[in-house]
Design a protein around this ligand. Structure first.
Ligand SMILES: Nc1ncnc2c1ncn2[C@@H]1O[C@H](COP(=O)(O)OP(=O)(O)OP(=O)(O)O)[C@@H](O)[C@H]1O
Ligand SMILES: [Mg+2]
Length: 344
């Protein structure tokens, strides 16, 4: 479960009771449902607020409008302001020049990046590697942030993080020790063990047991990101490995496709909101299956492609295989994961 650090600079300082129609009881309901700040209420939909906080939909709409004024969101803004916000976008390096070049510098914050590929292509390895890379100092391509990892297939392995930390270049390891104020040398076993432990401490992992639980965990991830926002290690990556596995297993057949896509859309929307609110990168994986097409050729395709709002960049690269190559013993696969990034 999540380790929470309440009181470390959350956005929960907003007094919800100043909103019209919100008394102590409603404020408690809103907070329990994860709406702790004006901003989180301002960007909610009336239906969502009324369902999760158990209030009438017209009251919900009034509360949202008042929260929009209070949080000063929802209006038009100038291109210059948009530019200013975009300048805060961080880029998380893969530590592979070819992939970073293709992605224009790396995985962006405030965006969702999808890594898709067939069974065993190395998607989970990529997520482990990025959970390490995100913690590196910016001069070494990281975002000096912590990571939230939603594990839906029970494939998160701390041992693999250990491999990947130890596999970093010596220069990066030395800079990382210094960045964390840790004494000792990278040739010293105890120091390296402590360093690996420090990396693991900054990865908050939760196992999702089904799609509903996965959706709930995305909401919890938002809370956790809020709690860490002003801390020394803000959340800079939320990883969902795999985004689609539970949905695919639970919604079977064409009859359930619409409902599945609807739920997935909402889930993606929740994730995107974390990215927007907290300047976080969102990394999701998706296993793709060969699909027969008219020519009877077999082609893999991303199965949530229809749920993306505006695909901004889509890159396929064999170089991505190297992303997981931080430790020895890595065996290459016939196919490598593919990366697609989008922002809502
Ligand atoms: N500890 C390890 N050391 C070296 N290579 C490993 C290790 N663990 C996994 N691998 C490599 O990664 C491959 C599997 O990659 P991974 O589990 O990331 O695939 P995936 O794309 O997530 O698959 P799936 O779609 O089933 O989730 C293995 O076949 C192996 O080659
Ligand atoms: Mg996997």
């Amino acid at each position: 479960m999540y380790e929470t650090e309440k009181g470390r600079g959350t956005m929960a300082d907003d007094d919800l009771e100043t909103l019209p129609g919100v008394g102590p009881a409603t404020a408690d309901k809103l907070i329990d449902a994860g709406y702790e700040s004006y901003q989180s209420i301002a960007v909610a939909s009336p239906g969502e607020l009324s369902n999760t906080a158990d209030i009438g939909s017209s009251t919900a709409a009034d509360i949202i409008n008042a929260a929009r004024d209070a949080a000063d969101v929802g209006g038009f803004e100038t291109g210059a302001t948009v530019l200013e916000r975009r300048e805060t976008i961080g880029k998380l390096s893969w530590q592979i020049d070819e992939v970073d070049d293709l992605l224009g510098g790396g995985i962006e914050t405030q965006s969702i990046t999808e890594v898709y590929g067939e069974f065993g292509a190395g998607k989970s390895q990529v997520t482990h590697q990025m959970a390490v890379n995100v913690q590196l100092p910016p001069e070494h391509g990281g975002l000096r942030g912590s990571c939230i990892f939603i594990d839906t297939e029970d494939t998160f392995r701390p041992e693999r993080i250990d491999d990947m930390v130890r596999g970093l270049d010596d220069e990066i390891l030395e800079a990382t020790l210094e960045d964390r104020g840790m004494e000792g040398s990278i040739d010293d076993d105890e120091t390296m063990e402590a360093l690996v432990g420090d990396f693991l401490d900054r990865i908050h992992v939760a196992k999702a047991f089904n799609s509903n639980h996965q959706i709930l965990l995305a909401e919890k991830a938002k809370e956790l990101a809020g709690e860490h926002e002003e801390s020394e290690w803000p959340v800079r990556m939320v990883c969902v490995d795999s985004l689609t596995a539970h949905f695919r297993a639970e919604y079977v057949g064409r009859g359930e496709l619409a409902e599945r896509q609807q739920k997935l859309n909402k889930h993606l929307h929740d994730l995107m909101r974390i990215g927007d609110l907290f300047n976080t990168s969102i990394l999701v994986t998706n296993q793709v299956a060969p699909t027969p097409i008219r020519t009877s050729a077999i082609q893999p395709s991303p199965s949530v492609a229809t749920s993306w709002v505006t695909p901004r960049r889509s890159v396929s690269t064999s170089a991505s295989r190297k992303a997981t190559n931080a430790s020895s013993g890595w065996s290459t696969r016939p196919t490598s994961p593919t990366v697609r990034a989008s922002c809502a």
